[in-house]
Design a protein around this ligand. Structure first.
Ligand code: GLN
Length: 278
């Protein structure tokens, strides 16, 4: 029999994934899937479902197959041009919103370096409508995903195509931000991580610096200060084992009150500090 339940059970996928793909193939809600579990699926949809299942069995990330991933309570469109938003990055959001003493109602100037899908910049713009959020990425394909997410979620974000801060380089006076955040590519090349699971399908450029994973932090701690207001803050996401190195770079570059926040798994995940520029 080709009932919905049979097809999902025979798919070889975990039940939750099979259900998500069946929802995608049929356009039915989770609740209708349950109540129609014993119905036969029309042939055209059987084919579609089995194509989706094969993609998943082949290792393709669920988020790319269904084209969306939830992040901090909102659905973000994703495609293989952008990294799939991770719960780890919600640690950075949570810290910026509730930990680092930034005024909720003021028109703070905020910049996200390497915006990708827009998870960080769009979430901050939605959660803090008074803030003026800008974002850069080196990839135009990523920027177009981020812009689509901003539009769909009603977030006002100014986007710039730029290799980190270079788009602002010649400007006089330089733009100055109250807060700069970044989740740069930080996986070291030798790291077996890059050949496992979902990451095999994600853009290399968004995951690794092609080196030890630390080169972007080294560059950004030097280049960011020029674009911070006096007392402005810089916060990075980084790898679970990079806290020490990133704290050291921040301190050497003259950031104060440097500190690290742990993610929900207890790993060091976010580090940053304040810069006195006057
Ligand atoms: N957290 C991601 C991973 O481990 C890496 C993200 C990044 O490089 N910015 O797959």
């Amino acid at each position: 029999m080709n009932t919905l339940n049979d097809l999902m059970q025979r798919s070889g996928l975990p039940q939750l994934e099979a259900r998500m793909l069946m929802q995608y193939a049929t356009g039915w809600s989770r609740v209708s899937l349950i109540s129609r579990g014993l119905d036969a699926l029309p042939v055209a949809q059987i084919q579609l479902f089995s194509d989706l299942v094969n993609r998943r069995l082949n290792g393709e990330p669920m988020a790319y197959i269904v084209g969306v991933r939830e992040f901090y309570g909102r659905d973000f469109k994703v495609n293989p041009n952008v990294l799939i938003p991770r719960p780890d990055t919600e640690t950075l959001i949570e810290w910026v919103l509730n930990g680092c003493h930034l005024a909720v109602e003021q028109a703070l100037d905020v910049l996200d370096l390497g915006v990708g899908s827009g998870a960080i910049a769009v979430t901050l713009a939605c959660e803090r409508p008074a803030w003026r959020v800008s974002a850069v990425d080196i990839s135009v394909d990523a920027l177009s995903v981020a812009a689509e997410n901003a539009a769909a979620l009603g977030a006002k974000v100014s986007f710039f195509e730029s290799d980190w801060l270079t788009v602002f380089d010649g400007l006089s006076p330089s733009p100055k931000f109250d807060l700069i955040v970044s989740n740069p590519p930080y996986v070291a090349t030798g790291d077996g991580h890059l050949s496992q699971g979902d990451v095999r399908f994600e853009p290399r450029k968004a995951l690794t610096d092609g080196s030890d994973g630390l080169t972007n932090y080294a560059l950004l701690v030097q280049t960011v200060p020029k674009y911070l207001k006096n007392g402005g803050q810089l916060w990075f996401e980084h790898g679970y084992d990079q806290g020490n190195a990133v704290r050291q770079m921040l301190t050497q570059a003259g950031f104060d009150t440097v500190k690290t926040i742990k993610d929900l798994s207890g790993n060091e995940r976010v580090s940053g500090g304040y810069k006195t520029t006057a």
